[in-house]
Every structure is written in structure tokens, then in C-alpha cells.
Design a protein around this ligand. Sequence first.
Ligand SMILES: Cc1cc2nc3c(=O)[nH]c(=O)nc-3n(C[C@H](O)[C@H](O)[C@H](O)COP(=O)(O)OP(=O)(O)OC[C@H]3O[C@@H](n4cnc5c(N)ncnc54)[C@H](O)[C@@H]3O)c2cc1C
Length: 213
Amino acid sequence: MFTLTPVRRAVLCAVADAFVPAINDLPAGSAVLDFELVARAIQAQPLGAQAEFEQLLDLLDKPVLGLSWLGPLRPFAQLAPAQREALLLSWAGSRLPPLRKAFQTLRKLCTFFYYGSSPADGGPNPAWAALGYPGPALPPDSGPPVAAPRPIRPLAPQAATTYDCEVLVIGSGAGGGVMAGELARAGHDVLVHEKGPYFHGRDFTQREANMLG
Ligand SMILES: Cc1cc2nc3c(=O)[nH]c(=O)nc-3n(C[C@H](O)[C@H](O)[C@H](O)COP(=O)(O)OP(=O)(O)OC[C@H]3O[C@@H](n4cnc5c(N)ncnc54)[C@H](O)[C@@H]3O)c2cc1C
């Protein structure tokens, strides 16, 4: 299981600040990232991926890191900001797939948790106003009202069962859900087959990073 040790956390802080440096009034990445959420997201990955990520963070903390981009033999956090950027850019365009993969993993992780996180106090993420995003419509303390009425009664047959329908929609996601709703509204007899659990809109807090699990 992935462990976010203080050393790994310090590495992630330096990486986050390289991807999202402080600019104008906006704080740097490490000031916004919720490291508990980040750790939980990594712990939800397959064990092999967790081990790979640990190895990556541990490599970033070693002087031998310099060999990966022919730079100074120093850990990532001890590089100057321009050197950190040069290292990451060299990985992004590397001919070695593991380095390109490492770059993309770190980029996605840092930018998703920077722009998708809500601060612990429930206030707006400082980047949202700069992006023109007004933030979630739900107040921060409303939480998911799990007791809200759920209009759909999913069928969960325990044995081989035959259903009749005019249209069978596989998957109730963004595409299938809309299609099923429109067809049903037009008077068709629609059956939706969904492999996942039933989530009502009210199960979501509109806070993207918190909804990852
Ligand atoms: C973290 C994240 C953030 C995103 N943010 C945005 C955003 O802000 N704006 C935006 O426009 N897009 C966003 N997207 C992309 C958007 O969610 C997808 O483009 C969209 O959901 C794709 O719709 P879909 O119907 O093809 O698939 P999905 O919405 O993924 O739906 C597929 C459904 O089919 C079910 N299913 C799959 N296989 C089977 C099977 N064999 N039997 C039965 N059911 C099955 C799945 O359980 C799922 O419910 C985001 C995606 C992610 C992952």
C-alpha cells in the first residue's frame, strides 16, 4: 500500500510547484494540493501502479536523478525552478517511455488536484475565479443528501431473466443516460443495462477531487 512519507510529500510539493508555480495572486501547487486526497487516490490504484509511483517519488529524491536528463546530480527539490522545469520537459519528450509516463502521471496528478480540489474550509479554490468558474452550486456544508428520494427502482435479477423492451441501452453514463431519457420521453419502452451502482444526482457534492473515490 502506498505510503506518503514526509520525504515523498516534500518531493510532491516541489513537483507541484514546478507544474503550477505561484502566479499573480494565485498560490503555488503545494499550497493548494490536498495531500490526503492525493494519497487516497494513489492507494485506490492497483498495487503495481502504487509501487511504481513510490519508486518514481523515491528516484526524484536521489542525486542519481540527474542522469535521467544529463543535469546536476541533485534531488529534484534541490534544483532551481528553471532546472526543475527543464527536467520535466526533458522527460515529457524523452525517447524512453517510462520517463514520458512519469511526466504524464505527475502532470495529471498535480494539475487535477490543483484545479479540482476544494480547500478544507469549504471555500472556493483560488484558481476557479481566474478560470471564470463560479464554483459548485451546492453550499460546501450541504454534503450529499443520501436520503433524497430516488425515482429509479433498479432491477437486480439474481437468476436468468427475460425482459421485453423496444430499445436496450447499454450503460447509463453521459451518452446512454441521455439517450435512454430522450427515448423514454418520446414514448418508447426503454431498458437500460448498467454494470455499476445507481447514483442519483444528489449523491454528488459537485467537488470533483472529493468525488474521485
Ligand atoms: C475525472 C473526470 C472528469 C471529467 N470532467 C468532465 C467535464 O468537466 N466536462 C466534460 O464534458 N467531460 C468530462 N469528463 C469526460 C466525460 O465524463 C466523458 O466524456 C463522458 O462521461 C463519456 O460518456 P459515455 O456515455 O461515453 O461514457 P460514461 O459516461 O463513462 O458511461 C459509460 C457507462 O456504461 C457503463 N458500462 C460500461 N460497460 C458496461 C457493460 N458492459 N454493461 C453495462 N454497463 C456498462 C459504465 O458503468 C458507465 O456507467 C470527465 C471525465 C473524468 C474521468
